[in-house]
Design a protein around this ligand. Sequence first.
Ligand SMILES: *[C@@H]1O[C@H](CO)[C@@H](O)[C@H](O)[C@H]1NC(C)=O
Ligand SMILES: *[C@@H]1O[C@H](CO)[C@@H](O)[C@H](O)[C@H]1NC(C)=O
Ligand SMILES: *[C@@H]1O[C@H](CO)[C@@H](O)[C@H](O)[C@H]1NC(C)=O
Length: 271
Amino acid sequence: MCRFILLLFIVKSVYCQDCYLSKPPDFIDECKIQEKNFINCSTKSIQKLFDKLNDGIPGLNSIKSFDPFHLNRIKISQGNSNAINLKVELSNVKIIGFGRTNVLESIVYPKDFSWKTTFVLPVMKLQGDYNLIGRILLIPLNGRGQVFLDADNMTIIMHSKTRLYEKAGFTFYNVTNCDVDFKIDGLKSYFSNLFNGNKHLEDSTNKFFNDNWRMLADALYSVITQTIEDVLLDVLKKIFHYIPANFFISDIPTPEELYGKSQFKEKGHTE
Ligand SMILES: *[C@@H]1O[C@H](CO)[C@@H](O)[C@H](O)[C@H]1NC(C)=O
Ligand SMILES: *[C@@H]1O[C@H](CO)[C@@H](O)[C@H](O)[C@H]1NC(C)=O
Ligand SMILES: *[C@@H]1O[C@H](CO)[C@@H](O)[C@H](O)[C@H]1NC(C)=O
């Protein structure tokens, strides 16, 4: 009997794609979207959620590590201005800092249950392998090596789109999109092997990037936002397929109430 239960437990924790929390966890606060202080309440609740992500949300094994966070690959092409004409590929990326997130504001729009979330990462460090070709700040580059970025006080504004769905009598968020914008107070950077081993050029270019960090941040804007969006979308999808939206917003409508019966049915057929 014991062995059987143990086996069930193992099977459940390995194949837990459809698992969900069925009781409100103590690490978040339930808020009411109809109430005046909703934003205040929601901001605190989302802060608690971020804090909890550090040691892991019990039962949610698909997020292996939040801080550091690991990403396999990011590929970006941008070429829409004179200063920037760049193809970058990052791999084996490690991002440090999400564990110290300060949530400033968490807004949920009752019209479509999309979110606007503002938060600060006092420290955000990224390291990984890069492969880039193009120009940064008019300097022609074609190299591969390691990159280190170290941003101070990164303020992120995240717009998330969601689609509500029903599972086991609860309303869940399907987080379908994350769009981020950021500003920073400083950026230190280091690219190894920028000019195929020409140490002199490499050193002077790295110094130039650090002296002109605002321009470098602008040049790398798409790379950085894409990276953050990939991290957050992945994590948020997993969290909100696991924790019912009712535990964040006790008066959240059902999908049927929000989208209307016919539209909901139609959608159900086509998906
Ligand atoms: C939330 O409300 C409390 C009490 O009304 C207030 O003291 C606090 O400053 C508010 N916090 C935010 C983030 O607005
Ligand atoms: C969530 O949305 C995606 C499309 O963005 C869809 O493929 C997926 O089936 C949806 N999941 C659920 C559980 O509704
Ligand atoms: C980051 O923000 C804190 C608090 O606002 C401030 O004290 C600190 O000087 C900022 N860091 C930088 C590098 O500007």
